[in-house]
Write a protein that binds this ligand. Structure first.
Ligand SMILES: CC(C)(COP(=O)(O)OP(=O)(O)OC[C@H]1O[C@@H](n2cnc3c(N)ncnc32)[C@H](O)[C@@H]1OP(=O)(O)O)[C@@H](O)C(=O)NCCC(=O)NCCS
Length: 197
């Protein structure tokens, strides 16, 4: 399917644009806010490359990587970034990866001043519905640092099940820092999603 914009009661999830650079870089370079993720981007050139990739996903058909700017419907103000990816394209690299078809992941990043307003959960619910209703999702997997309480509350409250924990190298600008973090992995099948609705 092609790239699609989403709406929730209070939010619009729209395509990324060049003029989002300042907002998105402020979000991704905030090491304190992003401390429980592997997504810190401190280098402006790396941010430009990432934003260019996210903009190009709008014209990719089929789209396997939905990258949305999240803004308030009431004012158009930027509040964050959300994404959903499916791994169907990996079977084109190797038939051994066919088992990844229908496997979808998502992530949400919100500016500190807009946190704790319920937006994270509102986005998660909308993206979950989109993945199962429109992206052909068979299984959704979410991971978060075990210290990331906000993420865990969202993940658990939408009905995802804890599966296992694993150690993963920490990275800044995609480069390993030498540290590791423990990530909790949760899963949700289509049946779980239907039961939780
Ligand atoms: C994780 C994140 C997306 C949550 O977004 P949010 O809009 O603040 O979340 P919500 O307002 O929907 O809150 C969800 C729950 O988490 C709780 N919560 C939010 N921030 C919290 C915090 N800093 N500490 C403890 N609990 C917190 C809320 O009280 C709410 O709890 P409830 O279940 O009792 O209602 C946001 O904190 C964020 O962007 N963090 C930085 C990036 C990040 O870590 N992303 C996750 C990648 S896996």
């Amino acid at each position: 399917m092609k790239f699609t914009e989403l709406e929730t009661a209070r939010l619009r999830l729209r395509a990324c644009r060049d003029d989002d650079f300042d907002d998105i870089f402020a979000l991704y370079s905030d090491a304190e806010n992003m401390k429980y993720t592997r997504n810190i981007i401190a280098d402006a050139d790396k941010m430009r490359e990432a934003l260019a990739r996210w903009i190009s996903c709008v014209i990719t058909d089929p789209c396997h990587d939905f990258e949305w700017i999240v803004e308030l419907k009431s004012t158009g103000e930027f509040i964050g970034h959300a994404l959903a990816m499916d791994f169907a394209w990996q079977k084109e690299i190797s038939p051994d990866l066919s088992h990844l078809e229908g496997h979808c992941e998502t992530a949400i990043f919100i500016l500190p001043k807009h946190q704790r307003c319920g937006y994270g959960r509102e986005i998660k619910r909308a993206v979950l519905d989109f993945m199962f209703e429109s992206m052909g999702c068979r299984e959704h997997v979410s991971q978060c640092d075990e210290r990331n309480i906000a993420s865990q509350r969202i993940i658990e409250s939408v009905g995802m099940k804890y599966d296992h924990s694993w150690e993963i190298p920490k990275a800044v600008d995609g480069e390993a820092t030498g540290e590791t973090e423990t990530r909790r992995v949760y899963t949700m099948t289509r049946e779980d999603w239907e039961a939780a609705r």
